[in-house]
Design a protein around this ligand. Structure first.
Ligand code: AKG
Ligand code: FE2
Length: 262
């Protein structure tokens, strides 16, 4: 059987994901990842998945972006009127069109790994459209502007990344909570320090995204940048009222399908 045939079997895929995420190779990095997370609110996991799983996910994403990507060009009020200029794929399209992405999100081994890094309980987000999304920046001027995430953690898996001097870097100011009525983005960014990271293809980074004001810097030239972003919650996240207005603007169909009442 070739790797694709192996992966077409859901049981095998699930076992491969679990086995990898429980491997000594991955767990051997925990002390370093913990330290990085504690000091920087950021930890980069090298080669997040085995090569054949990464390649299968990439193929699935390429097909989804070719067939059903939504181009966005919006200003988001809740994060201080910052731009979103890119193409995205919502959670439901990923659930339909990807075997790999949903499997990773429901992997118990992933939650155990993340808990070992952050030192507390990690839970699926309680709002389905935010479980996982995919985003692609490709044209000069594309940007995922300054914002905070609705839930505590983002795990961003990198599929395509431009050269560093072309933009597409993660930039963030850590430890600044989001006040939706008065986001003060410019103030936080100019006070800094702005930390810049340019994660490598195949890696995934974990960010404390509710208190790290973050963005993906503007592409200077046409180039490909493609990611999947998974979101996770704390116990406290489940107890507070969370406003999903920016998600509604970026993923209107998914929001409508998974929201009841007014
Ligand atoms: O693309 C990235 O690296 C960050 C994505 C992100 O911040 C988000 O989807 O909320
Ligand atoms: Fe984000």
């Amino acid at each position: 059987m070739d790797s694709e045939a192996i992966l077409s079997n859901a049981v095998n895929l699930s076992q491969m994901v679990e086995r990898h995420l429980r491997s000594d190779e991955v767990w051997g990095r925990i002390p370093e990842l913990r330290r990085s997370y504690q000091t920087d609110d950021y930890a980069e996991l090298p080669a997040f998945m085995p090569e054949e799983i990464h390649a299968t996910a990439l193929k699935e994403l390429e097909a989804l972006f070719a067939e059903q990507a939504q181009r966005r060009d919006l200003i988001i009020k809740q994060s201080g009127n910052t731009p979103r200029k890119y193409s995205n794929i919502d959670r439901d399209a990923l659930t339909q069109g990807s075997t790999v992405v949903p499997e990773i999100f429901r992997s118990t081994a992933l939650y155990e790994l993340l808990e070992a890094i952050v030192g507390e309980k990690v839970l699926p987000v309680p709002y389905v459209p935010e479980e996982y999304i995919a985003a692609r920046l490709h044209k000069a001027g594309d940007v995922h502007g300054w914002h905070w995430d609705d839930y505590t953690w983002a795990l961003v898996w990198i599929f395509k990344m431009p050269d560093e001097d072309n933009g597409g870097s993660l930039e963030y100011v850590k430890g600044v909570p989001w006040d939706q009525d008065n986001p003060r983005v410019e103030e936080f960014v100019s006070a800094g320090p702005v930390i810049r990271r340019h994660p490598a293809v195949g890696n995934a980074y974990l960010l404390k995204a509710d208190t790290a004001l973050h963005r993906v810097s503007t592409l200077r030239y046409d180039a490909e940048r493609m990611i999947v972003c998974f979101s996770f919650a704390t116990v406290a996240d489940l107890e507070r009222e969370v406003d999903h207005e920016s998600m509604e603007a970026l993923y209107p169909h998914s929001h409508e399908r998974h929201t009841t009442g007014p």
